[in-house]
Design a protein around this ligand. Structure first.
Ligand code: NDP
Length: 502
């Protein structure tokens, strides 16, 4: 692995300019400093060095942003815009993201640590697609005409219909693993449905959200429709959750914090949607094509350094294929080059932060203590930055912490099974239910196992494939509500029934 001295030197001119000054927060269409005057450093995961300073939002800044969003929702030009005007604005924003895609990919790679080329191809492209897909909805969201049978006098008539109205001011709290893409998943449907927003990016990765804020202004969204307040979860995030003028909280992050937010939001009966953690199984069935399944299983866990809520972190392998699969996994993993995400050759990049690094290394130690065999990796790489070698833990079992808890790093737990009838029990033996994959050539297996797996998404012969048309969300403690697709409209609209007597 090459030592990285100065990541900023690898940036293009635009990205370098963006990180050359303290970044402010977007409140009511203006870029402002924090009321407290405080800033925090956002760090480069490849070196641990500060990239730039970011204004640190807290209760007062959140309050200003929420009030701006309230004004924009009730009185500004936004509620009077036609659906097609909202669509045009969203398309304009998608075009601006596309025009600035390379800069955004660089900023994402710098702030999160991920591979720049993958950020461009996956994160930024999917963000563009999300705005374009959601831009199609405003002119198509409608209610129903209702066939009423209510008791009535002979000369009375009742006419009933429903309206699908926006929920109001939405507080959105997002994590650091796909910073810009999570902005798009949250902002695009909320805007399509006519809401206004206060968004808090993760403190580890605020840069692309703030650059997106500039593009939102450039696209011409009215002041206050989108407000972006970077800051810490326990201060800015908690203030957003508690604010009485916020109608709904949309959260993506850990199940632990999701529970805190859901409890807090219950006090004011805010609507809540939760996209939380996972411990998703990848199940190789005895008839699987190993040429597809083995690299597929590697990518299911190693993509984004395993910092993916639906990562395939538990791999189940039939007894008779176990040795071949372990050998194939080790071979595939050893081919992955480790290093800074700003060099697109490097497929394994640093974890996002020191905290995440310590957490993942801690789990690897726990796995060893629990009796797992470390087949590859298990160590830090380099002596600066947050690099963890891709790690395969074999001979794991359901009782181990490493099999039950979300590690959120490049750590795969492999387990053998002897009888396919055990598969559903093993797959479902977790508090989570976000994703699962089956690797099989037999359509009978697909028909048999898909209905039995308790997960929001089941992939067959693939894993981690996300599409804006395909709803995404969790069963069990992986959350509630579905993002993307048509289903997301449920999260950002509410139904009003209208009854007219004539
Ligand atoms: P968190 O769940 O803490 O962070 C997600 C977001 O919530 C961040 O914006 C965070 O703010 C904010 N937040 C934290 N505490 C509060 C609070 N009390 N009220 C309101 N908002 C809050 O995840 P972490 O970053 O701490 O990661 C820890 C673990 O969570 C990971 O190891 C992983 O297992 C899991 N995780 C799961 C994700 C998923 O997509 N399912 C995504 C990220 C993490 P702040 O800016 O301070 O971080």
């Amino acid at each position: 692995m090459d030592a990285i001295v100065d990541s900023k030197a690898a940036l293009g001119e635009q990205a370098r300019k963006f990180v050359s000054e303290t970044r402010k927060m977007l409140v009511d269409g203006k870029w402002v400093a924090a009321a407290s005057g405080k800033t925090f450093s956002t760090l480069d995961p490849a070196t641990g060095a500060p990239i730039t300073e970011v204004c640190e939002g807290d209760k007062e800044d959140i309050s200003q942003a929420v009030l701006a969003a309230r004004r924009a929702f009730e009185d500004g030009p936004w509620p009077n815009m036609t659906p097609s005007e909202r669509e045009h604005l969203m398309h304009r924003l998608a075009d601006l993201i596309e025009a600035n895609a390379d800069e955004l990919a660089e900023l994402e790679a710098l702030d999160n640590g991920k591979n720049k080329a993958i950020a461009r191809m996956v994160d930024i492209n999917l963000a563009i697609e999300t705005f374009r897909y959601m831009a199609g909805w405003p002119s198509k969201i409608s209610g129903d005409v209702l066939p009423l049978s209510t008791p009535r006098a002979p000369d009375q008539q009742f006419f009933g219909y429903t309206l699908r109205e926006p929920v109001g001011v939405i507080g959105q709290i997002i994590p650091w693993n796909f910073p810009l893409l999570m902005c798009a998943w949250k902002l695009a449907p909320a805007l399509a449905c006519g809401n206004t927003i206060v968004l808090k990016p993760a403190e580890e990765t605020p840069l692309t959200a703030l650059r997106l804020g500039e593009l939102i202004c450039e696209a011409g969204f009215p002041d206050g429709v989108v407000n972006i307040v970077p800051g810490y979860g326990h201060t800015a995030g908690a203030a957003l959750t508690a604010h009485p003028e916020v109608d709904k909280i949309a959260f993506t992050g850990s199940t632990e914090v999701g529970k805190i937010i859901a409890r807090e939001a219950a006090d004011s009966m805010k609507k809540v949607s939760m996209e939380l953690g996972g411990k998703s199984p990848a199940i190789i069935l005895p008839d699987a094509d190993l040429d597809i399944a083995i690299p597929g299983a590697v990518s299911a866990i190693m993509f984004n350094q395993g910092q993916v809520c639906c990562a395939g972190s538990r791999l189940y392998v039939p007894d008779n294929l176990y040795d071949a699969v372990i050998e194939g996994l080790a071979e595939n993993v050893s081919a992955l080059k480790i290093g800074s995400g700003l060099d697109p050759e490097n497929m394994v990049n640093p974890l996002v932060s020191e905290t995440q690094f310590q957490r993942v290394m801690g789990y690897i130690d726990i796995g060893r203590e629990e009796g797992a065999s470390v087949i590859t990796g298990g160590k830090r790489r380099g002596d600066s930055g947050y690099f963890v070698e891709p790690t395969i833990l074999a001979d794991t079992n359901q009782d181990m912490k490493v099999v039950q808890e979300e590690i959120f790093g490049p750590v795969l737990c492999v387990q053998r099974y002897s009888d396919v009838s055990e598969i559903t029990r093993l797959a479902n033996d977790t508090i989570y239910g976000l994703g699962a994959s089956l690797w099989t050539r037999d359509v009978g297996n697909i028909m048999r196992f898909v209905p039995k797996i308790k997960a929001g998404t089941v992939w067959v012969n693939c894993h981690n494939i996300l599409d804006v048309a395909m709803p995404f969300g969790g069963f069990k403690q992986s959350g509630y509500g579905r993002e993307l697709g048509k289903d997301v409209l449920e999260l950002y609209t509410q139904t009003k029934s209208v009854c007219i007597m004539a």
